[in-house]
Design a protein around this ligand. Structure first.
Ligand code: ADP
Ligand code: ADP
Length: 239
């Protein structure tokens, strides 16, 4: 599971084309790294995959299901907000700025969504939270408050929180850009662990070393278009 299919997607803000006819196939269990200068549409592309942004043209499917739409006969009908929220559970999203709930402990941050969405009862949600804390190496922080954690630790908790909903795919929007340099490695290590576990990952980043080491596919965007696409070996080889 976790096949993402992006077909002819365009998105315009006013007169500005943020995405121009973008098509991309992302195979299940692979890591795709999106590179490109600031303003090239990387964030917008990620947000369309999660329907945080509505596309003007084209469509996106995850495992054959249309994002934001329901196929009936041969017609697409737009989903209602409630149905979109339900669909969004399948797509984990990690932002640059952690976005943990500041008034909740680490444990409550991790169990809130699975319980609210009726995915797990409280006991199972706690068990799952403890498993995820071990995965990100922060078992000792279970009762901590976000503000008492370093940026790197907060981001590892944010990753665990996204995983708690058992998404089919995980999207990362510059997950290490807001971190002090010495904390970048610990967050990338968690993402590498996920890559090995066979989760489909899409990562917008400027960390070329990470891309070279982990990416199955690299996509290079300029001005809302994919200008190059290939393996790390093809695109990032030293001359
Ligand atoms: P990147 O992630 O590569 O830095 P973005 O996807 O954030 O690029 O932005 C692509 C372009 O679309 C930029 O020119 C940006 O200013 C513009 N843009 C992004 N979001 C909005 C928005 N909500 N309203 C207007 N313009 C936007
Ligand atoms: P990043 O590239 O770090 O993701 P963005 O440049 O995309 O950050 O900006 C973050 C937020 O600001 C997004 O919600 C985006 O939609 C909005 N935004 C970006 N560019 C513009 C713009 N030119 N006009 C209005 N909103 C924008």
């Amino acid at each position: 599971i976790g096949h993402i299919s992006i077909t002819g997607v365009s998105k315009q803000y006013g007169h500005h084309k943020a995405l121009n006819n973008v098509s991309l196939e992302i195979e299940p269990g692979t890591v795709t790294v999106i590179l490109g200068p600031s303003g090239s549409g990387k964030s917008t592309l990620l947000r369309t995959i999660n329907h945080l942004e509505r596309v003007d043209h084209g469509f996106i499917q995850i495992d054959g299901e249309y994002i934001g739409y329901r196929l009936e006969g041969n017609k697409l009908y737009e989903l209602k907000e409630k149905e979109i929220l339900k669909q969004r559970i399948n797509v984990g999203y990690v932002f640059q700025n952690f976005n943990l709930f500041p008034h909740m402990t680490v444990l409550d941050n991790l169990i809130e969504a699975p319980i609210a969405h009726g995915k797990l009862d409280k006991q199972s949600a706690i068990a799952e939270a403890l498993r995820l804390l071990e995965l990100v190496g922060l078992s000792d922080k279970v009762n901590s408050w976000p503000r008492h954690l370093s940026g790197g630790q907060q981001q590892r908790i944010a990753i665990a929180r996204a995983l708690a909903l058992k998404p089919k795919v995980m999207l990362f929007d510059e997950p290490t850009s807001a971190l002090d340099p010495e904390l970048v490695g610990e967050v990338l290590d968690v993402i590498k662990t996920l890559a090995k576990s066979g989760t489909t990952l899409v990562v917008v980043t400027h960390e070329i070393g990470f891309a070279r080491e982990v990416a199955d596919q690299i996509v290079f965007m300029v001005d809302g278009e994919i200008v190059e696409q290939g393996s790390a070996q093809q695109l990032l080889n030293h001359p």
